[in-house]
Design a binder for this molecule. Structure first.
Ligand code: ASP
Length: 426
């Protein structure tokens, strides 16, 4: 029983939960479970456990981001450093997303994705307007910080926390007193993440079991080319782009990085939500990767909202696939439009399951592709969503490590250690 709850065996236990979930889910699928009639196990029991688990992690997102960011900002020895860190982080986030979408579109064009595919446009899908640049920028500024927290609007919460942290730095003794309290609160919330993670193997089991039970695997065969291309581009980006950038900018071993990230990746895979993975990614950044809080508290939450490389990859392949199948020539201008809309749509969109499709609808709207076409790839989206969420969270941690290392806010001994480092880092 103890081994089940031992934090040292967490990764292994999550893996076992995932494998068992996949096996039982497949059995349920073969015995007739469908999305409409999932049956008691998948539809009720697994759903219940999965929902409770994801919610209990989501409840930590706002307090954790707020507290760790306030502490992170207020602990910076020099507030001017914040500007430099911000610029570096944004350059890497935008740069990696641009590489991601270029790989995706390049591969899709190279392999002539969608040519000869018969599109059956009968499923309805509606789109929201893609937000303009002005709206995206205005929306970062909260009118009311409590409303921002209540709505879980992460960019607004991030902005408020940074301003508050800066003011604490400037306020002298009162600022220091608030900092001491915020630090203690942050430790407590962080502890809660660790406690809730004990339930992860069960939560993961239920989530994966449910997905495999209702996932129609026959749809994957029909969309084989699309599926393989998205998957290929995701894996290429994760291991080659991230691996090379990591080595280039930190000089550290990328295999070690992937090893230290395993827990977070498995978790992102099972929940298909960067948002729900945020607490664990923050915790892992500090205790397993050796990123100091002054950096991680800023870069990781920011990445969870604005850096979605995996999602950009799916959008790139999907756009080429559908436009080719329809015989529509998008041209270079159209492709540029896709990149711009995909990037704008991702800023301020919370990372939750399936949100990539909503963003794709905005892209289609912008370049004039029929929204109904999205219905075609809907059937295989969940599995791809799981993989691209792993890519999304890995990208956040990779960039954070680069920034932390370049700022000297990095502990190599923790990065190299086999066991997580639990003591508070100074
Ligand atoms: N589920 C993804 C995430 O949370 C977003 C998406 O691509 O749908 O990062």
């Amino acid at each position: 029983m103890n081994a089940l709850f031992d934090p040292r065996h967490l990764t292994r236990n999550i893996l076992i939960g995932m494998a068992l979930g996949a096996a039982i889910g497949t059995v349920l699928n073969l015995s007739g479970a469908t999305p409409e009639e999932p049956g008691f196990l998948a539809g009720d029991l697994f759903q219940l456990i999965g929902d409770v688990f994801v919610r209990s992690l989501q409840l930590l997102v706002v307090p954790l981001v707020l507290l760790s960011l306030i502490v992170g900002t207020a602990s910076l020895d020099d507030v001017r450093k914040l500007g430099r860190i911000g610029v570096k982080t944004l350059v890497f986030y935008i740069g990696t997303t641009a590489i991601a979408i270029t790989i995706a579109m390049g591969m899709a064009i190279l392999f002539r994705a969608g040519s000869g595919f018969q599109l059956d446009l009968d499923t309805a899908f509606s789109a929201k307007e893609s937000p303009g640049l002005r709206a995206v920028l205005t929306n970062i500024f909260p009118r009311n910080p409590f409303a921002a927290m209540a709505e879980g609007n992460m960019l607004q919460v991030i902005l408020f926390a940074i301003l508050f942290g800066i003011a604490m730095c400037l306020a002298g003794a009162p600022g220091q007193r608030v900092l001491a309290i915020a630090k203690d609160l942050n430790e407590v919330v962080m502890k809660l993440v660790v406690v809730l993670m004990m339930a992860a193997p069960f939560g993961v089991f239920a989530l994966v079991g449910k997905t495999f039970a209702v996932q129609g695997f026959s749809t994957i065969a029909a969309l084989g080319q699309y599926f393989v291309l998205v998957l290929g581009a995701l894996l290429l980006h994760m291991f080659v782009t991230y691996g090379v950038l990591f080595k280039l900018f930190t000089g550290l071993n990328p295999m070690r990085f992937f090893k230290q990230m395993r827990r977070v990746q498995l978790f992102a895979f099972s929940t298909a939500s960067s948002n729900a993975t945020l607490p664990l990614n923050l915790e892992n950044a500090e205790h397993n990767l050796g990123i100091k809080r002054s950096i991680g508290s800023f870069t990781i939450p920011l990445g969870a909202t604005i850096n979605m490389d995996g999602t950009a990859i799916m959008q790139g392949v999907a756009t080429v696939f559908i436009s080719t199948a329809l015989g529509v020539e998008l041209g270079l201008q159209g492709y540029m439009m896709v990149i711009l809309t995909a990037t704008l749509a991702s800023v301020g969109t919370a990372g939750v399951p399936g949100v990539g499709l909503v963003m794709l609808a905005m892209v289609f709207q912008q370049v004039g592709l029929p929204l109904e076409a999205i219905g075609v790839i809907l059937g295989v989206d969940r599995l791809l969503d799981m993989v691209r969420t792993s890519v999304n969270v890995t990208g956040d941690a990779m960039v954070s490590t680069i920034v932390a290392k370049s700022e000297g806010e990095f502990r190599e001994d923790i990065f190299e250690a086999e066991e997580p480092h639990w003591e508070e880092m100074k």
